[in-house]
Design a protein around this ligand. Sequence first.
Ligand SMILES: C[S@@+](CC[C@H](N)C(=O)[O-])C[C@H]1O[C@@H](n2cnc3c(N)ncnc32)[C@H](O)[C@@H]1O
Length: 393
Amino acid sequence: MDMTLPEPSELERTHSQALEDRIQAKIRSAGGFLPFNAFMQMALYEPGLGYYVAGARKFGAEGDFVTAPELSPLFSQCMARQCAEVLEQFQRSACILELGAGSGVMAADMLAELERLDSLPDHYYILELSPDLRQRQQAILKARLPHLYASIRWLDSLEGLQLYGVVVANEVLDSMPVQLFAAKDKEISERGVALKNGMCVWAESVLEDNDLTQRVEMLRQRYGEEWATPYCSELNPQLSAWMRSLGGILQEGLVLLVDYGHPGSEYYHPQRHQGTLITHYRHRSTEDPFLWVGLQDITANVDFSAVAEAGTAAGLSLAGYTNQANFLLANDLDALFMAELDDDLQGRLALSQQVKMLTLPAEMGERFQVIGFTKALDLRPRGFALRDFSHRL
Ligand SMILES: C[S@@+](CC[C@H](N)C(=O)[O-])C[C@H]1O[C@@H](n2cnc3c(N)ncnc32)[C@H](O)[C@@H]1O
Protein backbone atom coordinates (compact mmCIF):
# COMPACT_ATOMS: atom_id res chain seq x y z
CA MET A 1 0.00 0.00 0.00
CA ASP A 2 1.26 3.49 -0.81
CA MET A 3 1.82 4.98 2.66
CA THR A 4 1.69 8.53 1.31
CA LEU A 5 -2.03 8.29 0.56
CA PRO A 6 -4.25 10.36 2.84
CA GLU A 7 -6.27 8.22 5.25
CA PRO A 8 -10.05 8.10 4.78
CA SER A 9 -12.27 9.25 7.65
CA GLU A 10 -14.13 6.80 9.88
CA LEU A 11 -17.35 7.49 7.95
CA GLU A 12 -15.64 6.88 4.62
CA ARG A 13 -14.19 3.61 5.87
CA THR A 14 -17.64 2.42 6.94
CA HIS A 15 -19.03 3.35 3.54
CA SER A 16 -16.20 1.55 1.75
CA GLN A 17 -16.64 -1.54 3.95
CA ALA A 18 -20.37 -1.70 3.07
CA LEU A 19 -19.50 -1.73 -0.64
CA GLU A 20 -16.69 -4.21 -0.11
CA ASP A 21 -19.13 -6.55 1.70
CA ARG A 22 -21.54 -6.35 -1.23
CA ILE A 23 -18.76 -7.02 -3.74
CA GLN A 24 -17.51 -9.99 -1.72
CA ALA A 25 -21.01 -11.44 -1.60
CA LYS A 26 -21.19 -11.07 -5.37
CA ILE A 27 -17.84 -12.84 -5.82
CA ARG A 28 -19.07 -15.73 -3.65
CA SER A 29 -22.38 -15.99 -5.51
CA ALA A 30 -20.48 -15.97 -8.82
CA GLY A 31 -18.55 -19.06 -7.70
CA GLY A 32 -15.39 -17.33 -6.47
CA PHE A 33 -14.40 -15.26 -9.53
CA LEU A 34 -15.81 -11.95 -10.72
CA PRO A 35 -14.66 -10.53 -14.09
CA PHE A 36 -13.01 -7.14 -13.61
CA ASN A 37 -15.70 -5.19 -15.49
CA ALA A 38 -18.36 -6.52 -13.09
CA PHE A 39 -16.18 -5.45 -10.15
CA MET A 40 -15.58 -1.99 -11.70
CA GLN A 41 -19.30 -1.59 -12.39
CA MET A 42 -20.02 -2.14 -8.68
CA ALA A 43 -17.07 -0.06 -7.44
CA LEU A 44 -18.18 2.95 -9.49
CA TYR A 45 -21.93 2.57 -9.95
CA GLU A 46 -23.43 0.24 -7.32
CA PRO A 47 -26.68 2.01 -6.29
CA GLY A 48 -26.16 4.09 -3.14
CA LEU A 49 -22.54 2.98 -2.66
CA GLY A 50 -20.47 3.22 -5.86
CA TYR A 51 -17.89 5.95 -6.32
CA TYR A 52 -19.93 7.95 -8.84
CA VAL A 53 -23.35 7.47 -7.30
CA ALA A 54 -22.55 8.15 -3.64
CA GLY A 55 -21.55 11.46 -2.11
CA ALA A 56 -17.74 11.57 -2.48
CA ARG A 57 -16.41 14.98 -3.62
CA LYS A 58 -14.71 13.53 -6.73
CA PHE A 59 -14.03 16.68 -8.77
CA GLY A 60 -11.89 19.73 -8.08
CA ALA A 61 -9.19 20.71 -5.60
CA GLU A 62 -10.78 18.87 -2.65
CA GLY A 63 -11.74 15.86 -4.72
CA ASP A 64 -9.76 13.11 -6.39
CA PHE A 65 -9.03 14.54 -9.82
CA VAL A 66 -9.54 17.70 -11.86
CA THR A 67 -11.19 17.60 -15.27
CA ALA A 68 -10.71 20.28 -17.95
CA PRO A 69 -14.05 22.04 -17.33
CA GLU A 70 -13.26 22.13 -13.60
CA LEU A 71 -9.84 23.54 -14.34
CA SER A 72 -10.93 26.45 -16.50
CA PRO A 73 -14.08 27.97 -18.02
CA LEU A 74 -12.02 28.49 -21.18
CA PHE A 75 -12.43 24.79 -22.00
CA SER A 76 -16.23 24.98 -21.97
CA GLN A 77 -16.22 28.30 -23.80
CA CYS A 78 -14.27 26.67 -26.64
CA MET A 79 -16.68 23.71 -26.62
CA ALA A 80 -19.54 26.23 -26.81
CA ARG A 81 -17.96 27.86 -29.86
CA GLN A 82 -17.86 24.48 -31.58
CA CYS A 83 -21.49 23.84 -30.64
CA ALA A 84 -22.52 27.29 -31.87
CA GLU A 85 -21.07 26.56 -35.30
CA VAL A 86 -23.27 23.46 -35.52
CA LEU A 87 -26.41 24.96 -33.96
CA GLU A 88 -26.25 27.82 -36.48
CA GLN A 89 -26.71 25.30 -39.33
CA PHE A 90 -30.23 24.44 -38.24
CA GLN A 91 -33.37 26.09 -39.58
CA ARG A 92 -35.36 24.17 -36.96
CA SER A 93 -35.01 23.97 -33.19
CA ALA A 94 -31.75 22.34 -32.08
CA CYS A 95 -30.50 21.03 -28.77
CA ILE A 96 -27.40 19.93 -26.88
CA LEU A 97 -27.14 16.66 -24.97
CA GLU A 98 -24.38 16.27 -22.39
CA LEU A 99 -23.57 12.80 -21.12
CA GLY A 100 -22.09 12.39 -17.64
CA ALA A 101 -22.13 16.08 -16.71
CA GLY A 102 -20.07 15.81 -13.50
CA SER A 103 -20.49 18.83 -11.24
CA GLY A 104 -22.49 20.69 -13.94
CA VAL A 105 -19.83 23.34 -14.42
CA MET A 106 -19.31 22.58 -18.12
CA ALA A 107 -23.05 22.94 -18.78
CA ALA A 108 -23.11 26.25 -16.92
CA ASP A 109 -20.06 27.69 -18.69
CA MET A 110 -21.18 26.44 -22.10
CA LEU A 111 -24.67 27.86 -21.75
CA ALA A 112 -23.29 31.22 -20.56
CA GLU A 113 -21.01 31.37 -23.61
CA LEU A 114 -23.76 30.26 -26.00
CA GLU A 115 -25.96 33.02 -24.60
CA ARG A 116 -23.16 35.55 -25.22
CA LEU A 117 -22.92 34.25 -28.79
CA ASP A 118 -26.70 34.41 -29.19
CA SER A 119 -26.71 30.69 -30.08
CA LEU A 120 -28.63 29.13 -27.22
CA PRO A 121 -30.03 25.64 -27.87
CA ASP A 122 -33.75 25.06 -27.39
CA HIS A 123 -32.92 22.55 -24.68
CA TYR A 124 -29.78 21.45 -22.90
CA TYR A 125 -30.32 17.80 -22.02
CA ILE A 126 -28.22 16.01 -19.42
CA LEU A 127 -28.04 12.26 -18.96
CA GLU A 128 -26.48 11.56 -15.59
CA LEU A 129 -26.29 8.11 -14.01
CA SER A 130 -25.56 9.48 -10.55
CA PRO A 131 -28.43 10.88 -8.44
CA ASP A 132 -25.85 12.67 -6.26
CA LEU A 133 -24.27 14.40 -9.28
CA ARG A 134 -27.66 15.23 -10.75
CA GLN A 135 -28.48 17.16 -7.56
CA ARG A 136 -25.16 18.99 -7.70
CA GLN A 137 -25.77 19.88 -11.35
CA GLN A 138 -29.25 21.19 -10.56
CA ALA A 139 -27.93 23.35 -7.71
CA ILE A 140 -25.11 24.93 -9.73
CA LEU A 141 -27.26 25.55 -12.81
CA LYS A 142 -30.15 27.02 -10.82
CA ALA A 143 -27.75 29.34 -9.00
CA ARG A 144 -25.75 30.44 -12.02
CA LEU A 145 -28.35 30.53 -14.79
CA PRO A 146 -31.79 30.93 -13.19
CA HIS A 147 -33.19 32.50 -16.38
CA LEU A 148 -32.13 29.49 -18.49
CA TYR A 149 -32.95 26.80 -15.94
CA ALA A 150 -36.29 25.88 -17.52
CA SER A 151 -34.54 24.96 -20.77
CA ILE A 152 -32.31 22.37 -19.04
CA ARG A 153 -33.74 18.86 -18.87
CA TRP A 154 -32.41 15.80 -17.06
CA LEU A 155 -33.04 12.48 -18.80
CA ASP A 156 -33.27 9.04 -17.19
CA SER A 157 -32.38 7.32 -20.44
CA LEU A 158 -31.94 8.11 -24.12
CA GLU A 159 -34.95 6.07 -25.11
CA GLY A 160 -37.31 7.90 -27.45
CA LEU A 161 -35.03 10.94 -27.83
CA GLN A 162 -34.57 12.31 -31.34
CA LEU A 163 -31.80 14.82 -31.27
CA TYR A 164 -31.02 17.56 -33.75
CA GLY A 165 -27.88 19.33 -32.57
CA VAL A 166 -24.80 18.30 -30.59
CA VAL A 167 -23.91 15.49 -28.19
CA VAL A 168 -20.96 16.21 -25.87
CA ALA A 169 -19.21 13.99 -23.36
CA ASN A 170 -16.03 14.89 -21.50
CA GLU A 171 -14.22 12.07 -19.69
CA VAL A 172 -17.17 9.67 -19.85
CA LEU A 173 -15.66 6.86 -21.93
CA ASP A 174 -12.76 6.46 -19.50
CA SER A 175 -15.12 5.75 -16.64
CA MET A 176 -16.91 2.85 -18.32
CA PRO A 177 -16.12 -0.59 -16.90
CA VAL A 178 -13.38 -2.44 -18.81
CA GLN A 179 -12.69 -6.12 -19.32
CA LEU A 180 -9.10 -7.05 -18.51
CA PHE A 181 -7.29 -9.76 -20.41
CA ALA A 182 -3.93 -11.52 -20.36
CA ALA A 183 -2.88 -12.93 -23.75
CA LYS A 184 -0.36 -15.74 -23.53
CA ASP A 185 1.07 -17.87 -26.32
CA LYS A 186 -1.75 -20.37 -26.59
CA GLU A 187 -4.43 -19.09 -24.27
CA ILE A 188 -6.29 -15.98 -23.29
CA SER A 189 -7.33 -15.36 -19.70
CA GLU A 190 -9.79 -12.89 -18.32
CA ARG A 191 -8.50 -10.99 -15.30
CA GLY A 192 -10.81 -10.42 -12.39
CA VAL A 193 -11.28 -10.62 -8.67
CA ALA A 194 -11.30 -13.51 -6.20
CA LEU A 195 -11.21 -13.70 -2.41
CA LYS A 196 -8.24 -14.66 -0.27
CA ASN A 197 -8.25 -14.40 3.53
CA GLY A 198 -11.32 -12.19 3.31
CA MET A 199 -9.67 -9.73 0.88
CA CYS A 200 -10.22 -9.01 -2.82
CA VAL A 201 -7.24 -10.22 -4.84
CA TRP A 202 -6.39 -10.47 -8.52
CA ALA A 203 -7.31 -13.73 -10.24
CA GLU A 204 -7.39 -15.09 -13.77
CA SER A 205 -9.79 -17.37 -15.52
CA VAL A 206 -8.69 -19.13 -18.72
CA LEU A 207 -11.30 -18.53 -21.39
CA GLU A 208 -12.87 -20.90 -23.85
CA ASP A 209 -13.77 -19.36 -27.19
CA ASN A 210 -16.09 -16.44 -26.42
CA ASP A 211 -16.72 -12.82 -27.30
CA LEU A 212 -13.71 -11.59 -25.33
CA THR A 213 -11.28 -14.12 -26.83
CA GLN A 214 -12.47 -13.19 -30.31
CA ARG A 215 -11.90 -9.52 -29.64
CA VAL A 216 -8.46 -10.14 -28.15
CA GLU A 217 -7.51 -12.30 -31.14
CA MET A 218 -8.54 -9.44 -33.41
CA LEU A 219 -6.36 -7.03 -31.42
CA ARG A 220 -3.50 -9.53 -31.51
CA GLN A 221 -3.78 -9.83 -35.30
CA ARG A 222 -3.77 -6.08 -35.73
CA TYR A 223 -1.25 -4.95 -33.17
CA GLY A 224 0.21 -7.98 -31.44
CA GLU A 225 3.10 -9.20 -33.55
CA GLU A 226 5.61 -8.20 -30.87
CA TRP A 227 3.45 -8.49 -27.76
CA ALA A 228 5.19 -9.77 -24.65
CA THR A 229 3.87 -12.93 -23.00
CA PRO A 230 1.71 -12.41 -21.10
CA TYR A 231 0.39 -9.22 -22.67
CA CYS A 232 -2.12 -7.60 -20.31
CA SER A 233 -4.50 -4.89 -21.36
CA GLU A 234 -8.17 -4.06 -21.41
CA LEU A 235 -11.11 -3.22 -23.66
CA ASN A 236 -14.46 -1.51 -23.19
CA PRO A 237 -17.25 -4.07 -23.80
CA GLN A 238 -20.00 -1.39 -23.67
CA LEU A 239 -18.51 0.80 -26.36
CA SER A 240 -20.39 -0.53 -29.40
CA ALA A 241 -23.80 -0.48 -27.70
CA TRP A 242 -23.15 3.01 -26.35
CA MET A 243 -22.14 4.38 -29.76
CA ARG A 244 -25.16 2.63 -31.30
CA SER A 245 -27.44 4.44 -28.89
CA LEU A 246 -25.83 7.78 -29.83
CA GLY A 247 -26.09 6.94 -33.53
CA GLY A 248 -29.74 6.03 -32.93
CA ILE A 249 -30.82 9.24 -31.21
CA LEU A 250 -28.83 11.70 -33.33
CA GLN A 251 -30.92 12.65 -36.36
CA GLU A 252 -28.71 15.45 -37.57
CA GLY A 253 -25.66 17.05 -36.00
CA LEU A 254 -22.36 16.39 -34.24
CA VAL A 255 -21.08 14.04 -31.51
CA LEU A 256 -17.98 15.28 -29.65
CA LEU A 257 -16.13 12.99 -27.26
CA VAL A 258 -13.14 14.20 -25.25
CA ASP A 259 -10.94 11.89 -23.22
CA TYR A 260 -7.45 10.62 -22.54
CA GLY A 261 -6.39 7.84 -24.83
CA HIS A 262 -4.64 6.80 -27.99
CA PRO A 263 -5.18 5.28 -31.42
CA GLY A 264 -5.28 1.46 -31.21
CA SER A 265 -1.69 1.02 -32.45
CA GLU A 266 -0.41 3.07 -29.50
CA TYR A 267 -2.89 1.68 -26.99
CA TYR A 268 -1.93 -1.91 -27.75
CA HIS A 269 1.74 -1.11 -28.35
CA PRO A 270 4.09 -3.90 -27.20
CA GLN A 271 5.59 -1.56 -24.60
CA ARG A 272 2.21 -0.94 -22.96
CA HIS A 273 2.01 -4.55 -21.78
CA GLN A 274 0.43 -3.76 -18.41
CA GLY A 275 -2.58 -1.94 -19.86
CA THR A 276 -3.71 1.50 -18.73
CA LEU A 277 -5.93 0.86 -15.71
CA ILE A 278 -5.33 3.41 -12.98
CA THR A 279 -7.09 4.74 -9.89
CA HIS A 280 -7.32 8.26 -8.50
CA TYR A 281 -7.61 9.11 -4.86
CA ARG A 282 -7.16 12.69 -3.68
CA HIS A 283 -4.93 13.60 -6.62
CA ARG A 284 -2.68 10.57 -6.14
CA SER A 285 -2.63 7.65 -8.55
CA THR A 286 -2.55 4.11 -7.28
CA GLU A 287 -2.51 0.88 -9.19
CA ASP A 288 -4.61 -0.96 -6.63
CA PRO A 289 -8.32 -0.87 -7.54
CA PHE A 290 -9.18 -2.98 -4.48
CA LEU A 291 -8.01 -0.31 -2.08
CA TRP A 292 -10.87 1.61 -0.40
CA VAL A 293 -13.48 0.61 -2.94
CA GLY A 294 -16.07 3.29 -3.52
CA LEU A 295 -13.70 6.02 -2.35
CA GLN A 296 -11.37 6.07 -5.32
CA ASP A 297 -11.98 6.52 -9.02
CA ILE A 298 -11.04 3.68 -11.37
CA THR A 299 -10.36 4.48 -14.98
CA ALA A 300 -8.72 3.25 -18.17
CA ASN A 301 -7.53 5.11 -21.26
CA VAL A 302 -9.70 5.15 -24.38
CA ASP A 303 -8.89 3.27 -27.59
CA PHE A 304 -9.94 5.91 -30.11
CA SER A 305 -9.60 3.52 -33.07
CA ALA A 306 -12.27 1.37 -31.43
CA VAL A 307 -14.40 4.49 -30.84
CA ALA A 308 -14.06 5.48 -34.50
CA GLU A 309 -15.00 1.98 -35.63
CA ALA A 310 -17.98 1.74 -33.28
CA GLY A 311 -19.16 5.20 -34.37
CA THR A 312 -19.06 4.45 -38.08
CA ALA A 313 -20.73 1.06 -37.49
CA ALA A 314 -23.48 3.03 -35.72
CA GLY A 315 -24.18 5.10 -38.83
CA LEU A 316 -22.10 8.14 -37.87
CA SER A 317 -19.41 9.71 -40.07
CA LEU A 318 -16.00 10.37 -38.59
CA ALA A 319 -15.58 14.14 -38.72
CA GLY A 320 -12.15 14.49 -37.14
CA TYR A 321 -9.69 13.41 -34.47
CA THR A 322 -7.18 15.71 -32.87
CA ASN A 323 -5.64 16.52 -29.53
CA GLN A 324 -7.18 18.86 -27.00
CA ALA A 325 -4.65 21.65 -27.59
CA ASN A 326 -5.38 21.77 -31.33
CA PHE A 327 -9.11 21.53 -30.78
CA LEU A 328 -9.22 24.38 -28.26
CA LEU A 329 -6.92 26.62 -30.31
CA ALA A 330 -9.09 26.04 -33.38
CA ASN A 331 -12.04 27.16 -31.27
CA ASP A 332 -10.60 30.56 -30.34
CA LEU A 333 -8.78 29.68 -27.11
CA ASP A 334 -6.25 32.47 -27.66
CA ALA A 335 -8.91 35.11 -28.38
CA LEU A 336 -10.99 34.01 -25.38
CA PHE A 337 -7.88 34.17 -23.19
CA MET A 338 -7.02 37.68 -24.36
CA ALA A 339 -10.59 38.87 -23.87
CA GLU A 340 -10.58 37.67 -20.25
CA LEU A 341 -7.33 39.44 -19.33
CA ASP A 342 -7.75 42.45 -17.11
CA ASP A 343 -5.48 44.53 -14.86
CA ASP A 344 -5.49 42.09 -11.98
CA LEU A 345 -2.08 40.43 -11.93
CA GLN A 346 -3.20 37.42 -9.88
CA GLY A 347 -6.08 36.84 -12.30
CA ARG A 348 -3.73 37.05 -15.28
CA LEU A 349 -1.37 34.52 -13.76
CA ALA A 350 -4.20 32.13 -12.92
CA LEU A 351 -5.62 32.39 -16.42
CA SER A 352 -2.30 31.79 -18.14
CA GLN A 353 -1.71 28.81 -15.84
CA GLN A 354 -5.10 27.42 -16.96
CA VAL A 355 -4.16 27.81 -20.62
CA LYS A 356 -0.89 25.98 -19.97
CA MET A 357 -2.66 23.12 -18.22
CA LEU A 358 -5.19 22.80 -21.03
CA THR A 359 -2.67 22.90 -23.86
CA LEU A 360 0.85 21.86 -22.85
CA PRO A 361 1.76 18.43 -24.22
CA ALA A 362 2.79 17.04 -20.82
CA GLU A 363 -0.40 18.36 -19.19
CA MET A 364 -3.75 17.90 -20.93
CA GLY A 365 -2.81 19.21 -24.37
CA GLU A 366 -1.66 15.96 -25.94
CA ARG A 367 -2.84 13.38 -23.44
CA PHE A 368 -6.44 14.33 -24.15
CA GLN A 369 -7.98 13.71 -27.54
CA VAL A 370 -11.15 14.90 -29.21
CA ILE A 371 -13.08 12.78 -31.68
CA GLY A 372 -16.03 14.07 -33.66
CA PHE A 373 -18.75 12.36 -35.68
CA THR A 374 -21.40 13.96 -37.82
CA LYS A 375 -24.72 12.72 -39.09
CA ALA A 376 -26.62 14.29 -41.98
CA LEU A 377 -24.58 17.46 -41.49
CA ASP A 378 -22.58 19.02 -44.29
CA LEU A 379 -19.94 20.66 -42.14
CA ARG A 380 -16.31 20.15 -41.30
CA PRO A 381 -16.24 21.13 -37.63
CA ARG A 382 -13.86 24.02 -36.98
CA GLY A 383 -12.22 22.19 -34.05
CA PHE A 384 -10.47 19.84 -36.47
CA ALA A 385 -9.33 22.55 -38.90
CA LEU A 386 -5.85 23.09 -37.38
CA ARG A 387 -4.73 19.46 -37.29
CA ASP A 388 -6.70 16.32 -38.01
CA PHE A 389 -5.06 13.04 -37.05
CA SER A 390 -7.88 10.77 -38.29
CA HIS A 391 -5.34 8.88 -40.42
CA ARG A 392 -3.72 7.57 -37.21
CA LEU A 393 -6.88 5.76 -36.15
C1 LIG B 1 -14.79 11.46 -14.88
S1 LIG B 1 -16.45 11.95 -14.71
C2 LIG B 1 -16.49 13.32 -15.82
C3 LIG B 1 -17.51 14.35 -15.44
C4 LIG B 1 -17.59 15.61 -16.31
N1 LIG B 1 -17.96 15.30 -17.67
C5 LIG B 1 -16.33 16.41 -16.26
O1 LIG B 1 -15.65 16.50 -17.27
O2 LIG B 1 -16.01 16.96 -15.20
C6 LIG B 1 -17.34 10.69 -15.52
C7 LIG B 1 -18.82 10.90 -15.63
O3 LIG B 1 -19.35 9.98 -16.58
C8 LIG B 1 -20.58 9.48 -16.11
N2 LIG B 1 -20.87 8.23 -16.87
C9 LIG B 1 -20.22 7.04 -16.85
N3 LIG B 1 -20.77 6.16 -17.69
C10 LIG B 1 -21.78 6.79 -18.30
C11 LIG B 1 -22.74 6.43 -19.29
N4 LIG B 1 -22.76 5.20 -19.82
N5 LIG B 1 -23.64 7.34 -19.69
C12 LIG B 1 -23.62 8.59 -19.17
N6 LIG B 1 -22.76 9.00 -18.22
C13 LIG B 1 -21.85 8.12 -17.78
C14 LIG B 1 -20.32 9.34 -14.61
O4 LIG B 1 -21.50 9.22 -13.87
C15 LIG B 1 -19.60 10.69 -14.36
O5 LIG B 1 -20.51 11.75 -14.21
